[in-house]
Design a protein around this ligand. Structure first.
Ligand SMILES: [Zn+2]
Length: 95
């Protein structure tokens, strides 16, 4: 198994793509757990906070997001809207 395949396989099978769903507004925050930290990505904006995206404007998180979604290999956590701001604050402080 080559490295790229391993990365993709673990991305999907370990459900490292996470959807944080805020209710009742239905706002969505997407993150992906990388090797050493969690990255924020937004498939609608075609943006990811990982180094691959930063340096090369491309990353396998965004590339394989549609596949993960179609296979339902996404971890969904529901929050209340009250938690939205502190969640964003925490996320931004980690970037
Ligand atoms: Zn990425």
């Amino acid at each position: 198994m080559d490295l790229q395949f391993k990365k993709i396989n673990s991305l999907l099978s370990e459900k490292r793509i996470k959807l944080h769903l805020f209710e009742p507004s239905n706002r969505k925050i997407w993150t992906v757990v990388g090797m050493d930290k969690e990255y924020w990505f937004d498939p609608d904006l075609d943006f990811c906070s990982c180094p691959g995206y930063y340096f090369n404007n491309e990353c396998y998180h965004l590339d394989f997001f549609p596949l993960a979604k179609s296979k339902n290999q996404v971890e969904v956590t529901t929050f209340s809207d009250d938690e939205y701001e502190s969640f964003i604050g925490g996320l931004l402080s980690e970037l």
